[in-house]
Design a binder for this molecule. Structure first.
Ligand code: AMP
Length: 302
């Protein structure tokens, strides 16, 4: 079992109707790795700058995440994202994106990362995702996430890398934007024509849907009374989803295994939104996850 992730490792500044933070650990790879670490061994690939110190590395390592391939770029600054949410917390408004060390990053994977059986190409420039996909030649199952910025500015490179992987995870607005197709069922099957056999559509507070060649599964999100900051929910979903599959050793997952993974993904996303950034997932205990899986069972049983 080994799960490697490449994606942004960031500092985030976030404002929601429930508070704000000027500088917190964020990025698609950080949220993903913390969530996945509850299910399997996770390894992060990506660059950071001088401002990324032992405290941030310590958050990842205290969850058993391997940081060997986190490259420290001397004189560089870590990726920075500033965003806010208004009352509809399904919509993130980006106020600033600074690629910083990611602008010049050339991934070099250590042997363990090249041989990892499962690979997650988290949200970052599609060309970087492709380079990592090509280098990780031991990967048996590869999944990808992206966002509106890359769909708008790097559509062709994104479609190229989608043609090299097994599973796409996008939110509903991104899927519509990428396929130019308003109907999510049609859009998911449109993506499959490019190569992936599995499409997961994240729908924020409305839950998530799974499409494979011969199965469709949909589930609600857990109704949570206290939602403070949705940043990272999509990546926490992906971390729970892929971490669970890797933990099972399911590198050609069955429909049943994928459905189980959807519940773990939804559980991790539901924790993520309860506090700012990684704050909730950092203090999460394993038995809380099990209780939440049971809560999903109760919620959907009839
Ligand atoms: P999500 O799970 O979709 O809420 O992703 C949240 C994370 O995405 C934040 O922690 C940001 O640091 C990161 N992020 C925002 N914009 C970008 C971007 N253009 N490329 C990579 N990561 C980003």
């Amino acid at each position: 079992m080994a799960l490697t992730v490449v994606g942004s490792i960031a500092f985030d500044a976030v404002r929601t109707p429930f508070g704000e933070r000027e500088r917190m650990l964020g990025g698609s790879a950080s949220h993903f790795a913390l969530a996945a670490s509850f299910f399997t061994d996770v390894r992060v690939v990506g660059p950071v700058g001088d401002d990324f110190g032992p405290e941030e590395i310590g958050v990842l390592e205290s969850h058993g995440v391997s940081t060997t391939d986190i490259e420290h770029v001397e004189g560089g600054r870590t990726f920075f994202w500033r965003g806010h949410y208004d009352h509809d917390m399904n919509i993130a408004h980006t106020d600033d994106t600074q690629l910083n060390v990611f602008a010049e990053f050339v991934p070099k994977l250590c042997e363990e990362n090249r041989n990892a059986e499962m690979l997650f190409l988290g949200n970052i420039q599609p060309d970087l995702q492709r380079q990592v996909r090509e280098e990780a030649d031991g990967a048996r199952f590869v999944a990808l996430d992206s966002m509106n910025l890359w769909i708008e500015t790097a559509r062709e490179p994104l479609l190229d890398v989608i043609g090299m992987i097994d599973c796409v995870l996008l939110n509903d607005a991104e899927l519509r934007m990428l396929t130019d197709e308003p109907n999510l069922v049609v859009a998911a099957h449109e993506i499959m024509k490019h190569g992936p056999t599995i499409v997961v559509v994240k729908r924020g507070e409305y839950g998530a849907a799974l499409f494979t060649g011969n199965d469709t599964f949909a589930m609600p999100a857990l109704p949570i009374a206290e939602v403070r900051d949705p940043t990272g929910a999509g990546d926490s979903f992906a971390g729970g989803f892929l971490g669970f599959l890797d933990g099972l050793g399911a590198h050609s997952p069955s429909n049943g295994e994928l459905r189980q993974a959807m519940v773990r993904g939804s559980a991790m996303a539901s924790f993520n939104v309860e506090d700012f950034g990684t704050e909730r997932v950092r203090r999460l205990e394993r038995d809380e996850i099990d209780a939440r899986v049971t809560a999903f069972k109760d919620l959907t049983h009839f």
